[in-house]
Design a binder for this molecule. Structure first.
Ligand code: GDP
Length: 336
C-alpha cells in the first residue's frame, strides 16, 4: 500500500472504523512508519545512543550491563519505575536463555517497551452520536494544531466533524481553527474572544448532535491568570459538555510537549486531578533529547499514549505504535 494509504488505514484503525489488520499487514505498515519516524526521531535517539551503545556492544552480559541499561533509561526520562520494570523483564529473558549476548538486548528492549506500554494499538472508538473529544494541555504544547489535524484525518475518513473553539482567551487559536475547519470541511463553533469557554463547548456539542455529526472536537484554554483558574475552567467545560450529552466527553486527551520532560509529568498529574483523562498525545518528540518520556507517562500515570507528534506537518501526527516508537528511539544498534 502507498504511504498515504497506510496512513489512512492506521487512522481508520485508531477510530475503530476499520478492523485491525492481519499480522503481515501490520508488519508492513510498521516498517513504513518506522522508516519515516527513524529520521524524525534522530535527536532523541542520538541523545541516548552513547549510553546504549555500550550496553548493546557485543559481549557477555554482566551485572554492570543491567546497571548501565537502567541508568541509560532513566537518563532518557523513562522514569525510575519503568526503567526498573524494563530491566527486570530483560533480565528474566536472559535468565531464560532467550537473550544471551549484549547485542541482543536492543531488540529485547524494544519488545519489552512494547509489551509494557501497549501490546495492542490504542484506539479512540467512535460511535457516540456524536463522539465528543475534549483536548486539554498548556499553551504551546500543540493542542490547537492537533485538533486541526484530527479534524482533517476524521474528515478524510468520511466523518462529519464539528470543532468547538473553546480556547476563547486566544484569538489566534480561534483563527487557526477556522483555517483547519475550512480546509477539512468541518463546522466551526466559535464566539468572540473572551466569551465563556463552557458556552462554546456546550454549543459545539449541541450543534454536533443537532446536525448528526460523528465527532465533536473541543479545543480548550491552556493558560489563565493562575493554574487554579485554569483547572477550575477545565472542570467547568468538562461538566458543561456532560450536560449537553450525559455520555460526553467520550475522550479527554491531554497534549504534552515531550521537550518539557519530567515537568510534563507534573503537568499531566495536575490536569488528571482536574478532569479524568483517557489518553495522552505526546508532541514534539522530534525536538526532545529525552525520548523516553512516553514510557514514563504510561507507567507513572497509567494513561495510554494514543498519538505522537514527531514534527509540524500533518503526517507527523500519528496513532501511537509502541513497537515503532521503541525501535526508533532505543534500537540504536545499527549506527543511529
Ligand atoms: P497550543 O498553544 O497548545 O494550541 O499549541 P499549537 O497547536 O499552537 O502549537 C504550537 C507549535 O508547536 C506550533 O508551531 C506547532 O506547529 C508546533 N508543533 C505541534 N506539534 C509538534 C511536533 O510534534 N513537533 C514539532 N517540532 N512541532 C510541533
Amino acid at each position: 500500500m502507498s504511504e498515504a494509504g497506510d496512513d489512512r488505514a492506521r487512522w481508520a484503525e485508531l477510530f475503530n472504523i476499520a478492523p485491525p489488520p492481519d499480522q503481515a499487514e501490520q508488519e508492513s505498515r510498521r516498517r513504513g512508519l518506522f522508516s519515516r519516524f527513524k529520521e524524525s526521531l534522530t535527536r532523541p535517539r542520538q541523545a541516548i545512543s552513547p549510553q546504549l551503545a555500550g550496553v548493546f556492544a557485543p559481549g557477555l552480559i554482566t551485572r554492570d550491563t543491567w546497571d548501565e541499561l537502567e541508568e541509560a533509561l532513566i537518563a532518557a526520562d523513562c522514569g525510575v519505575d519503568a526503567a526498573l520494570a524494563l530491566v527486570d523483564e530483560l533480565r528474566e529473558e536472559a535468565q531464560q536463555g532467550r537473550i544471551v549476548n549484549r547485542s541482543e538486548i536492543a531488540a529485547g528492549l524494544a519488545a519489552a517497551v512494547t509489551h509494557q506500554m501497549a501490546p495492542e494499538p490504542p484506539t479512540i472508538p467512535l460511535g457516540g452520536a456524536p463522539t465528543v473529544i475534549l483536548v486539554v494541555g498548556v499553551n504551546g504544547s500543540g493542542k490547537t494544531t492537533t485538533v486541526g489535524k484530527l479534524a482533517h484525518r476524521l474528515s478524510d475518513l468520511g466523518q462529519q466533524v464539528v470543532i468547538g473553539a473553546a480556547d476563547t482567551f486566544r484569538a489566534a487559536a480561534i483563527d487557526q481553527l477556522a483555517i483547519w475547519a475550512d480546509r477539512s470541511g468541518a463546522q466551526l463553533v466559535r464566539q468572540g474572544p473572551g466569551a465563556d469557554p463552557g458556552a462554546v463547548a456546550f454549543d459545539a456539542v449541541a450543534a454536533g448532535t443537532a446536525r448528526g455529526a460523528d465527532v465533536v472536537l473541543i479545543d480548550t484554554a491552556g493558560r489563565l491568570q493562575t493554574q487554579h483558574n485554569l483547572m477550575e475552567e477545565l472542570r467547568k467545560v468538562h461538566a458543561v459538555v456532560g450536560k449537553a450529552n450525559p455520555a460526553a466527553p467520550h475522550e479527554t486527551l491531554l497534549v504534552l510537549d515531550a521537550t518539557t520532560g519530567q515537568n510534563g509529568l507534573s503537568q499531566a498529574r495536575l490536569f488528571g486531578d482536574a478532569v479524568p483523562l483517557t489518553g495522552v498525545i505526546v508532541t514534539k518528540l522530534d525536538g526532545s533529547a529525552k525520548g523516553g518520556i512516553a514510557v514514563a507517562i504510561n507507567r507513572e500515570l497509567g494513561i495510554p499514549v494514543k498519538l505522537i507528534g514527531v514534527g509540524e506537518k500533518l503526517e507527523d501526527l500519528q496513532p501511537f505504535d509502541a513497537a515503532v516508537y521503541a525501535q526508533a528511539i532505543f534500537d540504536v544498534g545499527d549506527g543511529a
